[in-house]
Write a protein that binds this ligand. Structure first.
Ligand code: DOR
Length: 438
């Protein structure tokens, strides 16, 4: 059982505001808020110079376990999460084997219970043949549908097969929305290119808009819960502004899609800038940021998708798509808050409260009595330079290498246990499966 911890004088942040108070953690829960005597706890943290946030929930990561564990595994992925102030994650099914059966799901959860220092759950992957599994597998955040091919072999690109999934069942469907036919035709045009900047044209905005439109139409037709993963285009923002409210639809964006812009980023990073859907030009990035601040986009995820240096040193057309992010997402957003581009309250809304609300996770995401003690203390004055070779993710690189940002997680607490403190981890602590309300 974790020690009772008293966090003194923390500025507790929610989307509604910031309240300075003491927070007592007991038996893995937030037990009391207010003015609390020091003799109530075994351990005291003086947080008078810090902000206390609910731990972030990253609703889209690829931790590669099983089968691709030279890139990442559930241990290193969870260390990276803890260092980044992320106390829970939902992991994607494009592992080896793909997570498309109840047995594969059970295996992943078992391994996670042994290796993860933060809380976890896993999407079930859709194929054209596993409808029964999609609807019967227990306690998952949702069904992942790759409408366009990306890393791995999961793909349901036929409109009729996609409709079949929407028409049958009730659990949340999360879509990688890129139209596979458009991608295949566009890729053909760039098959002889050596230029990574062409990645954005080989997976063009029309592919994203077409798939998003189909998914939204199906969600409206069947009133089926839809989550659109990693939005990337201004056209989708515009379309969703008009159509999102017609169905039970939510939308996510990754920081890299509004922080990193083509063509500059491809010139600088080459294959390391390649991901799906692609990084695009600044007009798209600005529309995404506006969509987020206006609430058309609900939440932030990272799509943390590590590949090794050896894999990324392949030429255009052969290098895999994806970049790490779970370790830096909160810090990047804290930096934006420090620079006055948004409020700290917004960061908490996008990274802590909304993911929990959208995925129906009870007792997390807020600093409230009785809620799980998944928390992060951040120092808004701390400056740090993100550096390749000094990260927790197994691949040990970041597209933000060389960026100095202000505002960093200092202490990460999971179920009342301090799992990360000033660069040190407590790996004796294990995370728990995140429960999804039905
Ligand atoms: O760039 C990406 N990489 N996008 C995805 O959808 C998958 C991911 C991966 O698993 O590498």
């Amino acid at each position: 059982m974790p020690a009772t911890i008293l966090i003194k004088n923390a500025r507790c942040v929610s989307s509604l505001g910031i309240i300075k108070q003491d927070v007592l953690l007991d038996n893995g829960k937030i037990s009391v808020l207010g003015n609390i005597a020091e003799n109530k706890a075994e351990q005291i943290i003086d947080a008078s110079h810090l902000y206390l946030l609910p731990g972030a929930l990253d609703p889209q990561v690829h931790f590669r376990d099983p089968g691709l564990t030279w890139k990442e595994d559930l241990r290193t992925g969870s260390l990276a999460a803890a260092a980044g102030g992320v106390t829970g994650f939902f992991d994607m099914p494009n592992t080896k084997p793909s997570t498309i059966t109840c047995e594969a799901m059970a295996d992943r959860k078992q391994v996670a219970s042994e290796k993860c220092i933060v809380n976890y759950n896993f999407f079930i992957g859709a194929t054209s043949e596993n409808l029964e599994v999609l609807n019967s597998v227990e306690n998952v955040p949702g069904i992942k549908v790759f409408m366009g091919a990306s890393t791995g072999d999961l793909l349901v690109s036929d409109a009729g097969e996609i409709e079949n999934i929407f028409a049958n069942g009730s659990r949340l469907i999360a879509v990688h929305a890129e139209d596979d036919d458009i991608i295949n035709s566009a890729r053909e045009l760039y098959k002889d290119s050596q230029d990574f900047n062409d990645h954005q044209f080989a997976r063009p905005p029309e592919a994203a808009l077409k798939a998003t439109t189909l998914a939204v139409e199906l969600a409206i037709k069947y009133q089926r819960r839809l989550h659109i993963l990693h939005l990337t285009t201004k056209e989708e923002v515009r379309y969703l502004d008009i159509n999102k409210s017609k169905g039970p639809i939510s939308v996510e964006v990754c920081p890299q899609h509004f922080l990193l812009s083509a063509p500059y980023i491809y010139e600088k990073l080459g294959a390391y800038a390649q991901m799906n859907p692609p990084l695009r030009d600044i007009d798209h990035g600005e529309a995404l940021w506006e969509g987020l601040t206006r609430g058309i986009i609900d939440c932030i995820a990272t799509d943390h998708a590590p590949h090794t240096h050896a894999e990324k040193s392949k030429p255009f057309g052969q290098a895999p798509s994806g970049m790490p992010g779970v370790e830096t997402s909160l810090a990047l957003m804290l930096d934006r808050a420090n620079r006055g581009l948004c409020k700290l309250e917004d960061v908490v809304k996008w990274m802590c409260e909304k993911p929990v609300e959208l995925y129906k996770v009870n007792n997390k995401g807020f600093i409230k009595e009785g809620f799980d003690a998944d928390l992060v203390l951040v120092d808004m004055n701390r400056k740090r330079t993100i550096e390749n070779g000094k990260l927790q993710t197994m691949v040990n690189w970041s597209p933000y290498d060389g960026w100095t940002t202000q505002g960093w997680p200092i202490i990460t607490i999971v179920n009342g246990n301090i799992v990360f403190r000033d660069g040190e981890f407590d790996e004796s602590v294990k995370g728990r499966e995140i429960v999804i309300a039905s």
